[in-house]
Design a protein around this ligand. Structure first.
Ligand SMILES: O=C(O)CCC(=O)C(=O)O
Length: 280
């Protein structure tokens, strides 16, 4: 029996490559999360555009709390089982009326997990609508593994500095817009083809993602990376174990965060993604 998803939602995830919407945070919780993100932007400048774009659940206790919210982990458990590691996370912030968009891509291009039993939970901290540039998914596109790429899309507004640009011209399926209210999440498979258009609304479109996988997976390539065990146990030792951020130890959290990001970026490069300043 699944813990929070219905049997239909679990079947739908395997069939379509995503499940949405999944209610996670109540109104007070989501307001607190948005405040935490925006306070970090104010006090730390461009933090989320540099190293903070990657794995910041290791740097900030509030982000670790978000990533380990029981409702979120229950939904993840329904899809990948009781042993859960967090591999990555990022902030996807589109300002009102800016030209930021995300080209068609697959997340596992950057992770290399094999087999790809990896998923991304995208949590809305403000309304994600067609107007504000919500994600669009290509249902069922997770089934074919990694796709061929067109020439990189290096338009100024592309939030993927790799310009990853999956060729969807032969697909017969229409993209689905994934609208979310604040506090809701969508969860997608790391092979699902997805992207998003610019924000034409009046509010910021704020999304935080966490990427989860079970511990038994291997990774393409030679370099080792790390992940944080957040539920169950790891009997496999395929990833170095990360440590949750320690309240009031920003110096220690900073060191541990930077070490994990260095390993993460090493893998991204090894997989052939010569990104400039974003690694997701
Ligand atoms: O936030 C977006 O528009 C894109 C997010 C994305 O590509 C992802 O979560 O993998």
């Amino acid at each position: 029996m699944p813990k929070v998803l219905s049997e239909e939602q679990v079947t739908g995830y395997h069939e379509n490559g995503f499940v949405t919407p999944v209610p996670v945070f109540n109104a007070d919780e989501v307001a607190a999360c948005r405040t935490d993100v925006e306070k970090t932007e104010v006090t730390m400048g461009e933090f989320f555009r540099g190293i903070g774009q990657t794995k910041f659940y290791l740097r900030f206790p509030w982000a670790f709390e978000m990533a380990t919210h029981p409702k979120l982990l229950d939904a993840v458990e329904d899809l990948i089982g009781p042993n859960i590691m967090i591999y990555h996370n990022t902030a996807w912030i589109k300002e009102p009326s800016d030209d930021a968009y995300v080209s068609w891509h697959q997340d596992n291009t950057y992770f290399g997990h094999d087999p790809c039993e990896v998923l991304t939970a995208w949590i809305a901290l403000s309304p994600a609508t067609e107007q504000s540039g919500c994600m669009q998914f290509l249902p069922g596109s997770h089934k074919g593994g990694l796709r061929n790429l067109k020439a990189p899309d290096i338009g100024n507004g592309n939030m993927l500095s790799s310009g990853q640009n999956v060729d969807i011209s032969g697909d017969q399926i229409d993209p689905v817009s994934v609208e979310l209210q604040p506090g809701e999440a969508s969860i997608h498979h790391a092979f699902l083809v997805h992207g998003s258009l610019p924000n034409k609304g009046n509010d910021r479109r704020l999304g935080i993602t966490f990427i989860y996988h079970p511990p038994h997976l291997g990774q393409i390539g030679d370099s080792r990376t790390s992940a944080l065990l957040v539920r169950g146990e790891d009997k496999f030792g395929m990833f170095d174990h990360e440590q949750a951020p320690v309240p009031d130890d920003d110096a220690g959290n900073t060191i541990r965060h930077e070490k994990a990001v260095t390993a993460y970026r090493g893998k991204v490069r090894e997989l052939g993604n010569a990104t400039v300043d974003r690694f997701d």
